[in-house]
Design a protein around this ligand. Structure first.
Ligand code: G16
Ligand code: MG
Length: 211
């Protein structure tokens, strides 16, 4: 039924969502913004500047573009420090098996992360060679929930969007997959990922026969 499976990275293959959370938490506290798990949930899959804009919206003053760029850089430095010690042990359970099952079924495998650190994370996890194509987030004009990232992956993999399965943990990511005209497998809570066609709790339950 499908010719390609396109995976999100953060929160699907590895739990970098936790590191993004810690880095945003620190930044928010320096700006006097209350930040919690619920706020963080809204930032999942949203690119760096987009996430920063949402946090600063809750601040008491206006920020110049130069200030915003400096804050984004600060958050990234924190995040880069947090991911520096990642190893293949940081792969989420079922991730390698899921990737290998797609390849074994003859499907192309893509990665659609809006993170500019995605290549570094893949290297640290030791799974860069499991993908036929990894989207370069630096070349995107629009982040999730825009469909651009998933459409770019489908086009480079040379597969029609209707024959692609997208795998995502974030509301914005599932919206991006659906807007691209693909089938969405959500990882997480079905109540949160209501727009997904299928929802599983983790990749340990990923089974191509189910979709
Ligand atoms: C990920 C995270 C987001 C993060 C974004 C940008 O998106 O889910 O929270 O803001 O990457 O990351 P960076 O600051 O490293 O460029 P995705 O698409 O991998 O879920
Ligand atoms: Mg994600």
């Amino acid at each position: 039924k499908y010719d390609a499976v396109i995976f999100d990275l953060d929160g699907v293959i590895t739990d970098t969502a936790r590191y993004h959370y810690l880095a945003w938490m620190r930044l928010a506290s320096t700006q006097g913004v209350h930040f919690d798990e619920e706020f963080n949930e809204q930032l999942k899959g949203i690119d760096r500047m987009g996430s920063l804009e949402r946090i600063l919206m809750a601040a008491t003053r206006q920020y110049s573009l130069a200030e915003k760029l400096a804050l984004a850089e600060e958050k990234n430095a924190q995040y880069v420090a947090l991911i520096a010690n990642m190893t293949p042990d940081d792969l989420l359970p079922g991730a390698v098996r899921a990737l290998d099952s797609c390849r074994a079924a003859g499907m192309k495998v893509g990665l659609a992360s809006v993170s500019k650190n995605a290549f570094t994370v893949l290297d640290k996890l030791g799974i860069a060679d499991k993908f036929d194509y990894v989207v370069d987030a630096a070349k995107l004009a629009r982040g999730k929930p825009d469909p651009e990232i998933f459409l770019n992956a489908a086009s480079v993999l040379d597969v029609a969007p209707s024959r692609c399965l997208g795998v995502e943990d974030a509301v914005a990511g599932v919206a991006s997959i659906k807007a691209a005209g693909m089938t969405a497998v959500g990882i997480g809570d079905p109540a949160v990922l209501a727009q997904a066609d299928f929802v599983i709790p983790a990749l340990t339950r990923f089974d191509l026969n189910d979709y």
